[in-house]
Design a protein around this ligand. Structure first.
Ligand code: DGL
Length: 271
């Protein structure tokens, strides 16, 4: 679909960032660094969280339906699916039905393959993400000759949601996720870990301590923000304080207010 001519885009037209929960805030942080003036509406499908334990059919139906409704209602200039699970499953079908540019989230296997010295890369994602053919294709294309060890870690989604609420992170959840990679054959040689779920960069400090020295982490947030900045080049942005907002499908935002306010998300509404 051809992008809408820039002159037809109202300066107040938002960028819609979508995730199942608060993970996409890691993408919002990067986006705010690249495009501080952009009006952004963050849409969280809290009522559907977690996506990672759902089937492909459930996720595809939920994401297409929800983004269809929200695009009609909010008229965004661009939609970013700031969720690896939703992107690896539903990106192409959403692109077929929505008439706005869509930016997806791709597990950062390509840069990880360029970074690794030992040739062993770990990938932490949701259970739904790590089994996708999309990930097989990335591995085949960019990490041939390397070893990619995958682990589905739903416990990290739970830990990240808790951390953002200011609750203590249960170190057993972190240890379980780390063991899920380290205990695989060759896991002791992992030196690069792809955080293939937008929730996980929120736990990079805890993960770094648990993996120990010599392990580097990579995620897609900055690359996504750069892609959005590129696609909106030449467009005008204007926003007032009301133009950074969070829409949630459920009441799962209790305790998140300080983290949301800190990011300028002052207007919070249930859709
Ligand atoms: N943040 C989502 C992702 O990037 C997953 C969280 C969930 O399981 O809903 O995959």
């Amino acid at each position: 679909m051809a992008p809408t001519p820039d002159e037809l885009i109202a300066p107040s037209a938002p960028i819609l960032l979508f995730d199942s929960g608060v993970g996409g805030l890691t993408v919002l942080d990067a986006l705010r660094r690249h495009l501080p003036q952009a009006p952004v509406i963050y849409v969280a499908d809290n009522a559907g969280l977690p996506y990672g334990t759902k089937s492909e059919a459930q996720i595809a139906a939920r994401v297409s339906g929800l983004l269809g409704r929200m695009t009609e209602r909010l008229r965004p200039r661009l939609v970013c699916i700031a969720c690896n699970t939703a992107s690896t499953i539903a990106l192409s079908s959403v692109r077929e039905v929505l008439e706005v540019p869509i930016v997806g989230t791709v597990p950062a296997i390509k840069p990880a393959a360029a970074m690794t010295q030992t040739g062993v890369i770990g990938l932490l994602g949701t259970q739904a993400t790590i089994r996708q053919a999309y990930v097989d294709r990335l591995e085949h294309e960019f990490a041939a000759g390397k070893r990619l060890l995958r682990h589905g870690a739903p416990e990290l989604v739970e830990a990240a949601e808790a951390k953002l609420r200011g609750l203590p992170v249960d170190s057993r959840l972190i240890a379980r996720a780390v063991a899920g990679l380290r205990d695989q054959q060759g896991g002791d040689r992992i030196d690069t870990v792809v955080l293939a779920c937008t929730h996980f960069p929120l736990l990079v400090q805890e993960l770094g301590e648990a993996f120990g020295p010599g392990v580097r982490f990579i995620d897609g947030a900055d690359g996504i923000a750069r892609r959005i900045a590129f696609l909106t080049q030449g467009q005008e942005f204007s926003r007032n304080t009301e133009d950074l907002a969070l829409f949630t499908s459920g009441d799962g935002i209790a305790g998140l207010e300080p983290a949301l306010h800190q990011r300028g998300l002052m207007r919070i509404a249930v859709f």
